[in-house]
Design a protein around this ligand. Sequence first.
Ligand code: 4LM
Length: 397
Amino acid sequence: MSKFNLSKAKFATLCVHGSGGVDQQTGALSVPIYQSSTFAFKSAKQGAALFAGEEDGYVYTRLGNPTQAALEREMAFLEGGEAALCFASGMSAIAGVILLHCRNGDNLVSSDTVYGGTHNLYKETLPLWDIQVREVNATKLENIEKAIDDRTKLIFIETPANPTLSIIDIAGCASIAKKHNIPLVVDNTFATPYLQRPFELGADIIIHSATKYIGGHGDTIAGIVVGKKELIDNLRAQILRDLGGVISPLNAWLLLRGLKTLPVRMDRHCTNALEVAKYLSMHPKINWVKYPGLSTHPQHELAKKQMKNFGGMITFEVKGGRKAGEKLMNSVGLITLAVSLGDCDSLIEHPASMTHSTYSAEELEETGITEGLIRLSVGLEDCSDLITDLKLALKKI
Ligand code: 4LM
């Protein structure tokens, strides 16, 4: 056996070799898919002990499953957290964390530019439980502080933000959260643990729509929460057990596979996105381009400080606004007109009428999700092909 000390290994090595290693019983290098809903008890006594929590073991896949457990170990390890819990989707992870912390009459303070589904949960669903969400422009930290009162149970930020790519100061939010003794939740979907380390900046809880870069291949819907063991135990007992938004073993396995190539994919997403952003910025038919890696991005310095690299997402506006943008989206051939992001395939969409159509006209204006804003998830294709596709589509406008 090599004396190599995995705890000293770099992130890419950890992604490949993971926290578990080879299966001791079978030697399997890839974690098996335990596609089983239930697990046999050795005796009635053992079944009762498992139910009573007096013995550790698997009972029923809604409560835990070895493939899910492997993914949870991996994600906790890679984010640098104590424990993790998988969910059926990013939305079930977000809703689960909020419902664990908030009761009727409570509130949470959130950045105002978040995924449109999260905004809908805030605006339409949580108020039915009398949970209010105060959405503020979190690029100005004083707005967060002003919105906090004695019923605030969480601070929630998404950075880089979907779809504006605004960058929020995680360490700044963490110091406000600590001062008020409120947990800070970071939706780390756009950055992934490879590019951004929220726990090292003081965050308490990390959430992922693992559907995106963690899976990376556009074939899985899943969510993950990482945090202290006590939080994860409570989430499992109160939210997953009773609300049931559990990940399937197959999807957990697809994410484990995705994690192995996360750094390689992210490096390519980042270099492709920077090239495409530069190309679009120089194009005479483009009004503006927003990419955290461009010096023209208003929080470029903050992005440099808290991110290792700038990710695969770009937003831009074509001269001629929404109409011209629609023409572009209808004219691309290689890039696919679809929502979601973080896939191998490049995806293009119009947030105001698609992912963020849950925002009212006023909310779109306030948050800078303009009518003409186009979102591009830059994939893993050869960058010159992506640029050719955009060049040909722009010619049609
Ligand atoms: C989209 N996004 O933008 P599930 N957090 C972030 C997200 O972007 C999303 C979710 C949570 C998109 C979906 C159609 C930052 C989703 C929600 O879709 O429930 O896994 O994650 O295109």
